[in-house]
Design a protein around this ligand. Structure first.
Ligand code: AP5
Length: 217
């Protein structure tokens, strides 16, 4: 049977978003990306967005209670409890809260797929990333350039933009935050025998094949 509940885990720029889009298409699962939800809230200047913005601009994590609340709301709204979590959980309290939510729903995680990439390559990936503000597709100036400069190959909109937090200083801050606050989750999920490690330095197609193999899809 195919996996129904996956966590995509990894540092900023590991390729979680790139791979989540492929897994979503392959498995028909909901894609819940806390970074995308928070950016939308910032764009709309909601109370959550106003609170989150300073943390995101500084490369720090948004407070646990805020992101846990967002995920609880999204999980409760799903017609079927089948999803890919991208960028959540990022701290032990977030992981414990997720465990409690899923226990209530009787829907445990099938696998935590950890995409592993060295820090220096992550900086290069972040600095060159272009994101479509219309459909969310992700490109890279060198590694995955769009066919026509500034235009999204997926939806055709002239909407390729750099994210506000994709400058070298903030990326290095996000990497520090990842090592200090998020890496403890490797041991947390390893102890539960859920962690599957995948080398993330190969091409997106090869990483996708490794993720499929690691999760038994
Ligand atoms: P979020 O949006 O989750 O950012 P992130 O984890 O820093 O991850 P990224 O989106 O930067 O990278 P990715 O792994 O998705 O890589 P991508 O596929 O784009 O979070 C942003 C902020 O929101 C956080 O800093 C925090 O403030 C806040 N936040 C979010 N969730 C939170 C939470 N749970 N708790 C608290 N705060 C939270 O790829 C990157 C680039 O590499 C692209 O250009 C892509 O084309 C390229 N690429 C991808 N794969 C490959 C490959 N195999 N080969 C070559 N290039 C590749």
């Amino acid at each position: 049977m195919s996996a129904k509940r996956l966590i995509l885990f990894g540092p900023p720029g590991a390729g979680k978003g790139t791979q989540a889009i492929r897994l979503r298409a392959e498995l028909g699962l909901a894609h819940l990306a806390t970074g995308d939800m928070l950016r939308e809230a910032v764009k709309n200047q909601t109370p959550t967005g106003k609170l989150a913005q300073s943390f995101m601009d500084a490369g720090k994590l948004v407070p646990d209670d805020v992101v846990i609340g967002i995920i609880r709301e999204k999980l409760n709204a799903l017609a079927q409890c089948a999803f890919i979590l991208d960028g959540f959980p990022r701290t032990i309290p977030q992981a414990e809260a997720l465990d409690r939510m899923l226990a209530e729903l009787g829907a445990p995680i099938d696998a935590v797929l950890s995409i592993e990439v060295p820090d220096e390559l992550l900086v290069e990936r972040g600095v060159g990333r272009l994101t479509c503000s219309n459909c969310g597709a992700v490109f890279h100036e060198r590694f995955h350039p769009p066919t026509k400069s500034g235009v999204c190959d997926v939806c055709g909109a002239s909407a390729l933009k750099k994210r506000a937090d994709d400058n070298e200083e903030t990326i290095r801050g996000r990497l520090r935050t990842f090592h200090e606050q998020t890496m403890p989750l490797v041991a947390y999920y390893n102890e539960k025998s859920l962690l599957r490690r995948v080398v993330g330095t190969a091409s997106p197609d090869e990483v996708f094949a490794s993720l499929r193999a690691a999760s038994g899809i």
